[in-house]
Design a protein around this ligand. Structure first.
Ligand SMILES: Nc1ncnc2c1ncn2[C@@H]1O[C@H](COP(=O)(O)OP(=O)(O)OP(=O)(O)O)[C@@H](O)[C@H]1O
Length: 338
Protein backbone atom coordinates (compact mmCIF):
# COMPACT_ATOMS: atom_id res chain seq x y z
CA UNK A 1 0.00 0.00 0.00
CA UNK A 2 1.32 3.40 -0.87
CA UNK A 3 0.89 5.73 2.09
CA UNK A 4 0.05 9.01 0.50
CA UNK A 5 -1.17 11.73 2.82
CA UNK A 6 -0.55 14.61 0.47
CA UNK A 7 -3.18 17.17 -0.34
CA UNK A 8 -1.26 18.81 -3.14
CA UNK A 9 2.14 17.24 -3.63
CA UNK A 10 3.41 13.88 -4.82
CA UNK A 11 4.81 11.49 -2.30
CA UNK A 12 8.57 11.16 -2.24
CA UNK A 13 10.18 7.86 -1.39
CA UNK A 14 11.77 7.44 2.00
CA UNK A 15 15.50 8.01 1.38
CA UNK A 16 17.35 4.85 0.48
CA UNK A 17 19.64 3.47 3.13
CA UNK A 18 23.26 2.65 2.46
CA UNK A 19 24.23 -1.00 2.60
CA UNK A 20 25.67 -2.32 5.79
CA UNK A 21 28.53 -4.60 6.53
CA UNK A 22 26.97 -7.72 7.84
CA UNK A 23 28.89 -10.94 7.86
CA UNK A 24 26.31 -13.52 8.68
CA UNK A 25 24.84 -15.08 11.77
CA UNK A 26 26.86 -15.75 14.85
CA UNK A 27 27.84 -19.17 16.00
CA UNK A 28 27.45 -18.79 19.75
CA UNK A 29 24.46 -20.26 21.55
CA UNK A 30 22.59 -17.68 23.64
CA UNK A 31 21.70 -18.00 27.26
CA UNK A 32 18.06 -18.83 27.82
CA UNK A 33 16.21 -15.52 27.98
CA UNK A 34 13.68 -14.43 30.56
CA UNK A 35 10.25 -13.94 29.08
CA UNK A 36 7.54 -12.81 31.34
CA UNK A 37 4.38 -10.84 31.55
CA UNK A 38 0.71 -11.12 32.15
CA UNK A 39 -0.69 -14.10 30.24
CA UNK A 40 -2.01 -12.32 27.15
CA UNK A 41 1.11 -10.28 26.62
CA UNK A 42 3.33 -13.22 27.44
CA UNK A 43 1.57 -15.28 24.80
CA UNK A 44 1.88 -12.55 22.24
CA UNK A 45 5.50 -11.83 23.01
CA UNK A 46 6.43 -15.45 23.21
CA UNK A 47 4.76 -16.34 19.94
CA UNK A 48 7.11 -14.24 17.87
CA UNK A 49 9.96 -13.59 20.25
CA UNK A 50 10.51 -17.20 21.18
CA UNK A 51 10.94 -18.45 17.64
CA UNK A 52 13.06 -21.55 18.09
CA UNK A 53 16.74 -21.04 17.36
CA UNK A 54 18.45 -22.99 14.66
CA UNK A 55 19.65 -25.57 17.17
CA UNK A 56 19.10 -26.59 20.76
CA UNK A 57 19.70 -24.06 23.46
CA UNK A 58 22.09 -25.53 25.97
CA UNK A 59 23.48 -22.22 27.21
CA UNK A 60 23.91 -21.20 30.80
CA UNK A 61 21.02 -19.88 32.85
CA UNK A 62 21.56 -16.17 33.16
CA UNK A 63 19.11 -15.34 35.90
CA UNK A 64 17.93 -16.80 39.13
CA UNK A 65 14.77 -18.90 39.00
CA UNK A 66 11.49 -17.04 39.01
CA UNK A 67 10.16 -15.99 42.37
CA UNK A 68 7.33 -18.06 43.78
CA UNK A 69 3.81 -16.97 43.00
CA UNK A 70 3.41 -15.91 46.60
CA UNK A 71 6.40 -13.60 46.59
CA UNK A 72 6.05 -12.30 43.06
CA UNK A 73 4.70 -8.77 42.84
CA UNK A 74 1.35 -8.32 41.15
CA UNK A 75 1.66 -7.71 37.44
CA UNK A 76 0.57 -4.25 36.34
CA UNK A 77 -2.46 -3.88 34.15
CA UNK A 78 -1.01 -4.15 30.67
CA UNK A 79 -2.70 -2.84 27.58
CA UNK A 80 -4.51 -5.79 26.02
CA UNK A 81 -2.76 -7.19 23.00
CA UNK A 82 -4.89 -7.68 19.92
CA UNK A 83 -3.37 -10.81 18.51
CA UNK A 84 -5.34 -10.48 15.29
CA UNK A 85 -3.31 -7.37 14.48
CA UNK A 86 0.33 -7.57 13.47
CA UNK A 87 2.77 -6.13 15.96
CA UNK A 88 4.05 -2.63 15.33
CA UNK A 89 7.47 -4.27 15.16
CA UNK A 90 8.39 -7.94 15.14
CA UNK A 91 12.06 -8.84 15.03
CA UNK A 92 12.98 -12.50 14.67
CA UNK A 93 16.25 -14.36 14.52
CA UNK A 94 18.28 -11.24 13.74
CA UNK A 95 22.05 -11.61 13.75
CA UNK A 96 24.78 -9.22 12.71
CA UNK A 97 28.56 -9.02 12.66
CA UNK A 98 31.05 -6.24 11.99
CA UNK A 99 33.85 -7.55 9.82
CA UNK A 100 33.33 -11.05 11.10
CA UNK A 101 32.89 -10.04 14.75
CA UNK A 102 29.37 -11.00 15.86
CA UNK A 103 27.51 -8.33 17.82
CA UNK A 104 23.90 -9.50 17.59
CA UNK A 105 22.91 -13.11 18.05
CA UNK A 106 19.47 -14.26 16.93
CA UNK A 107 17.66 -11.32 18.46
CA UNK A 108 13.87 -11.65 18.68
CA UNK A 109 11.21 -9.47 20.26
CA UNK A 110 7.97 -7.59 19.54
CA UNK A 111 6.78 -4.07 20.04
CA UNK A 112 3.01 -3.83 20.38
CA UNK A 113 0.93 -0.84 19.36
CA UNK A 114 0.11 1.52 22.18
CA UNK A 115 2.98 0.17 24.25
CA UNK A 116 6.20 1.93 25.23
CA UNK A 117 8.87 -0.73 24.92
CA UNK A 118 12.22 0.05 26.50
CA UNK A 119 15.20 -1.62 24.85
CA UNK A 120 17.60 -1.70 27.78
CA UNK A 121 21.22 -2.65 27.56
CA UNK A 122 24.63 -1.52 28.72
CA UNK A 123 27.18 0.20 26.50
CA UNK A 124 28.17 -2.01 23.62
CA UNK A 125 25.17 -4.35 23.99
CA UNK A 126 24.24 -3.79 20.35
CA UNK A 127 21.29 -1.41 20.73
CA UNK A 128 22.40 1.04 18.05
CA UNK A 129 23.32 -1.78 15.70
CA UNK A 130 19.88 -3.29 16.19
CA UNK A 131 18.35 0.12 15.58
CA UNK A 132 20.33 0.43 12.35
CA UNK A 133 19.06 -2.94 11.17
CA UNK A 134 15.44 -2.15 11.96
CA UNK A 135 15.67 1.17 10.13
CA UNK A 136 17.51 -0.54 7.26
CA UNK A 137 20.59 1.62 7.55
CA UNK A 138 22.31 -1.74 7.53
CA UNK A 139 21.21 -4.81 5.67
CA UNK A 140 20.26 -7.67 7.94
CA UNK A 141 22.09 -10.76 6.69
CA UNK A 142 19.79 -13.10 8.58
CA UNK A 143 16.45 -12.92 10.36
CA UNK A 144 13.42 -10.76 9.72
CA UNK A 145 12.16 -7.32 10.66
CA UNK A 146 8.42 -6.84 10.25
CA UNK A 147 6.79 -3.46 10.65
CA UNK A 148 3.03 -3.76 10.99
CA UNK A 149 3.29 -7.10 9.30
CA UNK A 150 5.40 -5.94 6.36
CA UNK A 151 8.84 -7.37 5.81
CA UNK A 152 11.32 -4.47 5.93
CA UNK A 153 13.83 -6.39 3.84
CA UNK A 154 11.40 -7.41 1.13
CA UNK A 155 8.91 -4.54 1.07
CA UNK A 156 11.47 -1.71 1.38
CA UNK A 157 10.03 1.81 1.49
CA UNK A 158 6.45 0.57 1.87
CA UNK A 159 7.41 -1.27 5.05
CA UNK A 160 9.37 1.70 6.39
CA UNK A 161 6.69 4.30 5.62
CA UNK A 162 4.89 3.96 8.99
CA UNK A 163 8.19 4.36 10.84
CA UNK A 164 9.22 7.49 12.74
CA UNK A 165 12.85 7.62 13.83
CA UNK A 166 14.94 9.72 16.19
CA UNK A 167 18.58 8.75 15.83
CA UNK A 168 21.14 9.02 18.60
CA UNK A 169 23.16 11.58 16.68
CA UNK A 170 21.54 14.79 15.62
CA UNK A 171 20.27 14.90 12.06
CA UNK A 172 18.78 18.41 11.81
CA UNK A 173 20.41 20.92 9.49
CA UNK A 174 21.82 23.51 11.87
CA UNK A 175 21.82 26.27 9.25
CA UNK A 176 18.12 25.98 8.53
CA UNK A 177 15.29 27.14 10.74
CA UNK A 178 13.10 24.71 12.61
CA UNK A 179 10.30 25.31 10.11
CA UNK A 180 12.58 24.73 7.12
CA UNK A 181 13.91 21.49 8.58
CA UNK A 182 10.44 20.17 9.23
CA UNK A 183 9.04 21.27 5.88
CA UNK A 184 11.87 19.48 4.12
CA UNK A 185 11.15 16.28 6.02
CA UNK A 186 7.40 16.60 5.38
CA UNK A 187 8.08 16.93 1.66
CA UNK A 188 10.20 13.78 1.73
CA UNK A 189 7.16 11.99 3.09
CA UNK A 190 4.89 13.43 0.45
CA UNK A 191 2.93 15.75 2.70
CA UNK A 192 1.32 18.71 1.01
CA UNK A 193 2.22 22.22 2.15
CA UNK A 194 -0.99 22.92 4.03
CA UNK A 195 -1.00 19.59 5.80
CA UNK A 196 2.69 19.93 6.58
CA UNK A 197 2.38 23.42 8.01
CA UNK A 198 -0.59 22.47 10.18
CA UNK A 199 1.19 19.41 11.54
CA UNK A 200 4.44 21.26 12.10
CA UNK A 201 2.63 23.77 14.30
CA UNK A 202 0.68 21.04 16.07
CA UNK A 203 3.71 18.91 16.88
CA UNK A 204 5.93 21.79 17.90
CA UNK A 205 3.22 23.13 20.16
CA UNK A 206 2.59 19.72 21.71
CA UNK A 207 6.24 19.37 22.60
CA UNK A 208 6.67 22.96 23.72
CA UNK A 209 8.89 24.54 21.07
CA UNK A 210 6.45 26.33 18.78
CA UNK A 211 7.91 29.66 19.82
CA UNK A 212 11.24 28.63 18.22
CA UNK A 213 9.76 27.77 14.81
CA UNK A 214 11.64 30.48 12.95
CA UNK A 215 14.92 30.17 14.82
CA UNK A 216 17.88 28.52 13.21
CA UNK A 217 18.57 25.11 14.70
CA UNK A 218 22.11 26.10 15.68
CA UNK A 219 20.62 28.67 18.05
CA UNK A 220 18.60 26.08 19.99
CA UNK A 221 19.85 24.27 23.06
CA UNK A 222 20.24 20.47 23.06
CA UNK A 223 16.88 19.85 24.71
CA UNK A 224 15.04 21.99 22.19
CA UNK A 225 16.80 20.31 19.29
CA UNK A 226 15.76 16.91 20.60
CA UNK A 227 12.18 18.09 20.89
CA UNK A 228 12.28 19.33 17.32
CA UNK A 229 13.60 15.94 16.19
CA UNK A 230 10.75 14.18 17.95
CA UNK A 231 8.23 16.60 16.40
CA UNK A 232 9.78 15.92 13.01
CA UNK A 233 9.53 12.14 13.49
CA UNK A 234 5.78 12.51 14.08
CA UNK A 235 4.85 14.64 11.07
CA UNK A 236 3.88 11.73 8.85
CA UNK A 237 1.83 10.13 11.65
CA UNK A 238 4.00 7.06 12.22
CA UNK A 239 2.55 3.94 13.75
CA UNK A 240 5.93 2.84 15.06
CA UNK A 241 8.32 5.30 16.68
CA UNK A 242 11.96 4.36 17.28
CA UNK A 243 14.18 6.50 19.47
CA UNK A 244 17.83 5.67 20.07
CA UNK A 245 19.11 7.11 23.36
CA UNK A 246 17.02 10.19 22.68
CA UNK A 247 17.86 11.86 25.97
CA UNK A 248 21.64 11.55 25.88
CA UNK A 249 23.32 14.72 27.09
CA UNK A 250 20.14 16.38 28.35
CA UNK A 251 19.62 17.75 31.84
CA UNK A 252 17.30 15.86 34.18
CA UNK A 253 14.15 18.03 33.86
CA UNK A 254 14.41 18.02 30.06
CA UNK A 255 15.03 14.29 30.04
CA UNK A 256 11.98 13.68 32.23
CA UNK A 257 9.78 15.90 30.09
CA UNK A 258 10.78 14.10 26.89
CA UNK A 259 10.39 10.64 28.43
CA UNK A 260 6.92 11.59 29.71
CA UNK A 261 5.92 13.01 26.33
CA UNK A 262 6.93 9.87 24.47
CA UNK A 263 5.07 7.66 26.97
CA UNK A 264 1.96 9.75 26.35
CA UNK A 265 2.42 9.44 22.60
CA UNK A 266 2.36 5.67 22.82
CA UNK A 267 -0.84 5.69 24.87
CA UNK A 268 -2.76 8.50 23.23
CA UNK A 269 -1.93 7.75 19.59
CA UNK A 270 -1.76 4.01 20.04
CA UNK A 271 1.61 3.79 18.35
CA UNK A 272 4.33 1.31 19.14
CA UNK A 273 7.39 2.92 20.69
CA UNK A 274 10.84 1.36 20.90
CA UNK A 275 13.03 3.46 23.18
CA UNK A 276 16.64 2.41 23.56
CA UNK A 277 18.38 3.41 26.75
CA UNK A 278 20.67 2.24 29.51
CA UNK A 279 18.90 4.43 32.05
CA UNK A 280 16.50 2.47 34.25
CA UNK A 281 14.77 5.60 35.48
CA UNK A 282 13.33 6.18 32.01
CA UNK A 283 11.20 3.04 32.40
CA UNK A 284 7.63 3.28 33.78
CA UNK A 285 5.82 0.40 35.50
CA UNK A 286 3.49 -0.33 32.57
CA UNK A 287 6.25 -0.44 29.98
CA UNK A 288 7.36 -3.53 28.11
CA UNK A 289 11.03 -4.44 28.31
CA UNK A 290 13.59 -5.97 26.03
CA UNK A 291 16.93 -6.42 27.77
CA UNK A 292 19.87 -6.82 25.42
CA UNK A 293 23.24 -7.93 26.78
CA UNK A 294 26.26 -8.60 24.58
CA UNK A 295 24.08 -8.95 21.53
CA UNK A 296 21.55 -11.31 23.05
CA UNK A 297 18.05 -10.78 24.35
CA UNK A 298 18.22 -11.95 27.96
CA UNK A 299 14.75 -10.83 29.07
CA UNK A 300 11.47 -9.68 27.58
CA UNK A 301 8.12 -8.90 29.15
CA UNK A 302 6.55 -6.39 31.47
CA UNK A 303 8.48 -4.75 34.27
CA UNK A 304 6.91 -6.70 37.11
CA UNK A 305 7.42 -9.98 35.30
CA UNK A 306 11.09 -9.33 34.62
CA UNK A 307 11.64 -8.28 38.22
CA UNK A 308 9.87 -11.41 39.46
CA UNK A 309 11.69 -13.71 37.06
CA UNK A 310 15.05 -12.47 38.29
CA UNK A 311 13.95 -12.72 41.95
CA UNK A 312 15.08 -9.12 42.32
CA UNK A 313 13.70 -6.43 44.59
CA UNK A 314 13.15 -3.92 41.81
CA UNK A 315 13.97 -3.22 38.21
CA UNK A 316 17.32 -1.72 39.03
CA UNK A 317 18.38 -4.89 40.84
CA UNK A 318 16.90 -7.05 38.07
CA UNK A 319 18.88 -5.12 35.49
CA UNK A 320 22.06 -5.49 37.53
CA UNK A 321 21.53 -9.25 37.61
CA UNK A 322 20.77 -9.51 33.94
CA UNK A 323 23.78 -7.43 32.95
CA UNK A 324 26.28 -8.80 35.46
CA UNK A 325 29.49 -9.90 33.75
CA UNK A 326 29.62 -13.59 33.16
CA UNK A 327 30.93 -16.21 30.81
CA UNK A 328 29.51 -16.21 27.35
CA UNK A 329 28.59 -12.54 27.33
CA UNK A 330 30.51 -11.79 24.17
CA UNK A 331 28.78 -13.30 21.16
CA UNK A 332 32.12 -13.20 19.35
CA UNK A 333 33.64 -15.50 21.93
CA UNK A 334 31.11 -18.28 21.63
CA UNK A 335 32.10 -19.40 25.10
CA UNK A 336 28.65 -20.62 26.07
CA UNK A 337 28.22 -22.80 23.06
CA UNK A 338 27.22 -26.34 23.88
N1 LIG B 1 30.97 0.44 12.76
C1 LIG B 1 31.41 -0.47 13.63
N2 LIG B 1 32.46 -1.26 13.31
C2 LIG B 1 32.90 -2.21 14.16
N3 LIG B 1 32.36 -2.45 15.38
C3 LIG B 1 31.31 -1.68 15.74
C4 LIG B 1 30.79 -0.65 14.90
N4 LIG B 1 29.75 -0.06 15.54
C5 LIG B 1 29.64 -0.69 16.73
N5 LIG B 1 30.57 -1.65 16.85
C6 LIG B 1 30.72 -2.57 17.99
O1 LIG B 1 29.52 -3.33 18.08
C7 LIG B 1 29.17 -3.54 19.44
C8 LIG B 1 27.78 -3.00 19.66
O2 LIG B 1 27.81 -1.59 19.49
P1 LIG B 1 26.50 -0.69 19.55
O3 LIG B 1 26.91 0.71 19.31
O4 LIG B 1 25.48 -1.28 18.66
O5 LIG B 1 26.07 -0.91 21.07
P2 LIG B 1 25.13 0.02 21.97
O6 LIG B 1 24.37 -0.90 22.85
O7 LIG B 1 24.36 0.95 21.12
O8 LIG B 1 26.20 0.83 22.82
P3 LIG B 1 26.06 2.33 23.44
O9 LIG B 1 25.02 2.25 24.53
O10 LIG B 1 27.43 2.56 23.97
O11 LIG B 1 25.68 3.25 22.32
C9 LIG B 1 30.24 -2.83 20.27
O12 LIG B 1 31.20 -3.79 20.65
C10 LIG B 1 30.84 -1.84 19.31
O13 LIG B 1 32.19 -1.59 19.62
Amino acid sequence: MTRRESDDEPQAAVPAAPPGEGAGPTAATPPRPVRSGPPRRRQAVAKAAARPPARDQAGEEVVAPAASAASAPAAPAAAPVDEAQPAALAVADLSFAYRGRPVLDRVAFRVERGVFTALLGPNGAGKTTLFSLVTRLFDAPGGTVRILGRDAGRDGADALAPLGVVFQSETLDADLTVRQNLRYFAALHGLGTRTADARIREELEAIGVLDRIDDRVRDLNGGHRRRVEIARALLHRPELLLLDEATVGLDVPTRRAIVARVHRLARERHIGVLWTTHLIDEVEPDDALVVLVAGRVVATGDVAGVVAATAAADLSAAYDRLTAPGPGRDPAAGSNAP
